[in-house]
Design a binder for this molecule. Structure first.
Ligand SMILES: Cc1ncc(COP(=O)(O)O)c(C=O)c1O
Length: 427
C-alpha cells in the first residue's frame, strides 16, 4: 500500500481522481445512517426487558427498606447499595444510588462544589477561579458540564494508559485553582484505553496545591467488554486511602449501558465523609429516589455474577460491530499514512485520527453521503480540536450491516478529504 503522506504530486492526483469517483458512487446510494452517539441498540435494550415485569405488589411493600412506593430511602435500598458496592469495590454504606443518570450525579456534584465547596476545602469553588483538568480526547458532556457551570478547563493528552501524568502532576503541584480531573478509567471515552496501575497510583499520590482536589472517577464502562474478557483497573479509593487522601475520589457509574439507557440507575461512591456530605446536600434536592427501579435492577441481575453474565450477552451483540469498524479501516487505510485508530477491548467508541486539518471535512463529506458522525471537535473542551484531527466513531446503535455500509462511506470520505489536503500541499 502506498504511503500517501509521502507520495509525489502525480501519485496524489491519480489517487485523488480515484477517490472522487469512489465518493461519487457512494453518494449516489442515498444512505441514511447514524453513528453520532454511543447509544445501545434496540437488541441490547431487549436483553433487559424482564425489567418491565419483574416486580409486583408483594415485592415492593413491607421490604427491609419499607414500602418502596413511598418517599424516603435517600441513599438507596440496602440490596442495591450492596450490589453496586460490589460493582465499584466499596462497602455498601459508601454508595449512594441516584436517579437514572450518572451524568446528572456528576453535574450535581460539580454544582455543589461550586456553590458549597467540598470536605476539607476552603469554601465554594466559585470565586476561586476553579479549573478542571480534561484529558483529551475525552467525553463531550464532561466538558459541557464544566462550561455550563463556569469552570475553566485545561487539557492534557492521553497516553494509551491514561492521562499524561507528567503533565497532570506539573499542573496540580503549583496551582491551587486546579481543583479536579476528569477520568474515565476503563475503556475510556473515546480512546478505549484503560488506566495502568502506575497511572492510578500517581493520581492518588500526587501532591496537589489545592487541599480540596478531587478525582472525578467516571467508571461508566466498568463491565463493558467486547468479547475478550474484562480489563482490570486498580482501585482508586483504596489507592487514595493508602496515600492518605481518602476524600480525593468521587466515583460514578450507572447501568445506562447495562440495562436501559433511559431507565437504569446511577451510583455515586466516596469516602464516608464524602458520602455524608453528599447526602446532607441531596436531602434538599429530593425526598428519595425511585426505589422500585432499584429493586427491579437488583432482581434482574441477582448478583455480580448475573450482571457479568448479562454483559457477555451485550459483548456478543456489539463485539462484531467493533470488528467490522476495524476491518474496514484496516482494509482501506492501512499503510496509507492518512489515519490511525484505536482497537478497543471495551467501551462504546473507536477514536480515529486523520491527517491534521481533515476531521471536519471528513465529517461533512460523510454527512452529505448520508452517514452522520459525531461533530468534529466534540471530544475536546469547547468543541475545539486544535489539530482538527480526531473523529469519534460510535458503532453500537446501527445494525451490523449498516455499520459495515457506513464504514465504507467513512473510509471513502477519509481518502477524499486527506487526498484533497495532500493535493493542496503538493501544488
Ligand atoms: C464516560 C461516560 N460517562 C457517562 C455517560 C452517561 O451516563 P448516564 O447515562 O449514566 O448519565 C456516558 C455516556 O455516553 C459516558 O460515555
Amino acid at each position: 500500500m502506498t504511503d500517501l503522506s509521502k507520495a509525489g504530486a502525480d501519485q496524489i492526483s491519480a489517487a485523488l481522481a480515484e477517490a472522487k469517483t469512489a465518493y461519487g458512487q457512494i453518494r449516489g446510494r442515498n444512505l441514511a445512517f447514524d453513528m453520532t452517539r454511543g447509544k445501545p441498540s434496540a437488541a441490547q435494550l431487549d436483553l433487559a426487558d424482564a425489567l418491565l415485569t419483574n416486580v409486583d405488589h408483594d415485592d415492593v411493600v413491607g421490604t427491609d427498606a419499607g414500602d418502596l412506593r413511598n418517599y424516603g430511602g435517600l441513599a438507596g435500598i440496602p440490596a442495591c447499595r450492596k450490589l453496586f458496592g460490589e460493582y465499584l469495590g466499596v462497602p455498601a454504606d459508601q454508595v449512594v444510588i441516584g436517579g437514572n443518570s450518572s451524568l446528572q450525579l456528576m453535574y450535581g456534584t460539580l454544582a455543589r462544589c461550586m456553590t458549597f465547596g467540598v470536605v476539607g476545602g476552603e469554601g465554594p469553588w466559585r470565586g476561586q477561579n476553579p479549573t478542571v483538568i480534561c484529558p483529551v480526547p475525552g467525553y463531550d458532556r464532561h466538558f459541557a458540564a464544566c462550561e455550563e457551570l463556569g469552570i475553566k478547563m485545561v487539557t492534557v493528552g492521553m497516553t494509551g494508559e491514561g492521562p499524561d501524568m507528567d503533565a497532570v502532576e506539573e499542573l496540580v503541584a503549583s496551582d491551587p485553582s486546579i481543583k479536579a480531573i476528569w477520568c474515565v478509567p476503563k475503556y475510556s471515552n473515546p480512546t478505549g484505553e484503560t488506566y495502568s496501575d502506575e497511572t492510578v497510583d500517581r493520581l492518588a499520590k500526587m501532591k496537589t496545591a489545592a487541599p480540596d482536589f478531587r478525582i472525578l472517577w467516571d467508571n461508566a464502562y466498568a463491565v463493558h467488554h467486547l468479547g475478550e474478557g474484562l480489563d482490570e483497573v486498580k482501585d482508586i479509593m483504596a489507592a487514595c486511602e493508602v496515600a492518605g487522601c481518602p476524600d480525593r475520589p468521587f466515583v460514578f457509574g450507572s447501568t445506562s449501558k447495562i440495562t436501559y439507557a433511559g431507565a437504569g440507575i446511577a451510583v455515586f461512591a466516596g469516602s464516608p465523609a464524602n458520602v455524608k456530605d453528599t447526602l446532607d446536600h441531596l436531602f434538599f434536592e429530593t425526598i428519595g429516589p425511585d426505589k422500585i427501579n432499584q429493586l427491579r435492577q437488583v432482581k434482574f441481575f441477582g448478583d455480580m455474577k448475573g450482571l457479568l453474565a448479562h454483559m457477555d450477552e451485550h459483548a456478543a451483540l456489539i463485539g462484531p460491530k467493533f470488528k467490522a469498524v476495524d476491518e474496514a479501516l484496516t482494509r482501506h487505510l492501512t499503510g496509507k499514512g492518512i489515519a490511525t485508530w484505536t482497537k478497543p477491548k471495551g467501551g462504546y467508541f473507536v477514536s480515529l485520527d486523520v491527517l491534521d486539518g481533515c476531521a471536519k471535512e471528513v465529517i461533512r463529506l460523510a454527512d452529505e453521503a448520508g452517514v452522520k458522525l459525531t461533530p468534529a471537535g466534540s471530544c475536546y473542551p469547547y468543541g475545539d480540536d486544535p489539530n482538527d484531527r480526531n473523529i469519534r466513531l460510535a458503532p453500537t446503535l446501527p445494525p451490523l450491516d449498516e455499520v459495515k455500509q457506513a464504514m465504507e462511506v467513512v473510509c471513502a470520505c477519509i481518502e477524499l478529504a486527506c487526498l484533497n489536503k495532500l493535493a493542496e500541499g503538493a501544488d
